[in-house]
Ligand binder design. Structure first.
Ligand SMILES: *Cc1c(COP(=O)(O)O)cnc(C)c1O
Length: 375
């Protein structure tokens, strides 16, 4: 049996090696390493895939979130509402820009932003909402957009874990996550569903003014070469990464289907174990399973993890410490914040290996290993 890994980017590469190698070679020979044709082509292809008007590639997903907040003109002291139960990048950039992160709770079923918690968090200082499509499942965008509209707030979707996920509105209209809010931000970190062989990120929007502003900010605030209108940053997607991503984009739906097949296998295998809560999918969303995250109820999680690791089955906790309890936001500052679902999920979640290259032998071994803990 092949060694089990949380993600297997090596074998994913080998399956498309010839195409990827040729595309890299083309960039090498073109010598257009920065902002080359490959970057423009990939941006266009991604826009077509997402049905987004504009895609602005950038250096990574964290930068994408930062550029989005800069483009919206958010000012120090403005409040930005985000879930605490997310990867740190979402909330870190809020603090980095001198904005005030306002942490809200998540829904215990979808792990995404809780609507009641969001409503309660809005103050006159609130300027933006940053929902996260966590683990590959959409946040409840229809309600979020209604609340944003009623309160005149911007919405930036953190789509780093959900590229390819579909959101269906109550009127039957379906859109890709990341294209519903004012801006969508994503990451091409190698382990993401659409992963580069290095860092990468992108912004999506249907608003031309925002698109131009974000492109400008990502490029030193430049409108014309050496004319800098606003303070920006230097955040570019390398041509080599864009060339690789362009090849992998053609595989994205297949990759997401492979992840869904793994999740289905796990769900079926664990259905009879009452201590395991398998991931649920809301009616409005598909699930692209960036992670397969289950809840372990009435289980000593440390013992469970040790049991799996002894069998060389890797597993991870995403995330062991929620944002509001991270030292970076001021030790003890948010300790009294009432986020019961976030706090309880942190103690019970456990993610199993999920990627595009898993075979039945591995899946059978993993599920048998999990089941043997409960026997
Ligand atoms: C990966 C990730 C990011 C950051 O992306 P980078 O490319 O690593 O900067 C932001 N938000 C979420 C939810 C992520 O999973």
């Amino acid at each position: 049996m092949r060694k089990i890994q949380m993600v297997d980017t090596k074998n994913q590469y080998l399956a498309i090696k010839d195409q990827v190698d040729a595309s890299i070679q083309e960039v090498l020979e073109s010598a257009a390493y920065i902002n080359g044709k490959a970057v423009k082509d990939f941006g266009q292809h991604l826009a077509t895939y997402l049905k987004a008007e504009y895609v602005i590639p950038c250096a990574n997903g964290t930068d994408a979130l930062q550029i989005a907040m800069m483009a919206l003109g958010l000012q120090p002291g403005d409040e930005v509402i985000t879930p605490s139960f997310t990867y740190i990048a979402t909330t870190e950039v809020v603090a980095l820009l001198g904005l005030t992160p306002v942490f809200v709770d998540v829904d215990p079923i979808t792990y995404c932003m809780d609507i009641e918690s969001l409503k309660l968090a809005i103050t006159p200082k609130t300027k933006a909402i940053v929902p996260v499509h966590l683990y590959g499942h959409a946040a409840p965008m229809e309600e979020i957009m209604e609340i944003a509209k009623a309160n005149n707030l911007f919405v930036i979707e953190d789509n780093a874990q959900a590229i390819g996920c579909d959101y269906t509105f109550s009127n039957g209209v379906t859109k890709k996550t990341g294209t519903i809010g004012h801006i969508g931000a994503t990451s091409f970190y190698p382990s993401k569903n659409l992963g580069a062989f290095g860092d990468g990120g992108a912004l999506f929007t249907n608003d031309k003014v925002l698109a131009d502003k974000m492109a400008m900010i990502a490029n030193h605030g430049q409108s014309e070469r050496y004319y800098h209108d606003v303070v920006g940053c230097n955040s570019r997607l390398d041509s080599i990464q864009a060339a690789i991503l362009d090849i992998k984009l053609q595989q994205l739906d297949k990759y997401n289907q492979a992840r869904q097949a793994v999740a289905k296998y796990y769900n079926e295998a664990f259905a009879s174990i009452p201590q395991i809560v398998t991931p649920a999918i809301a009616k409005y969303s598909t699930h692209v399973f960036h992670q397969y995250t289950m809840q372990l109820n009435g289980v000593d999680r440390d013992k469970f993890i040790a049991h799996l690791l002894a069998k060389e089955i890797p597993c991870m906790i995403y995330y062991p410490v929620p944002g509001h309890l991270q030292k970076m936001f001021g030790e003890g500052k948010y300790t009294n914040l009432n986020l019961p679902v976030t706090n309880s999920l942190t103690a019970v979640v456990c993610s199993l290996p999920i990627h595009t290259e898993m075979d039945n032998e591995q899946l059978n071994y993993i599920t048998a290993g999990v089941k043997s803990f409960f026997n």
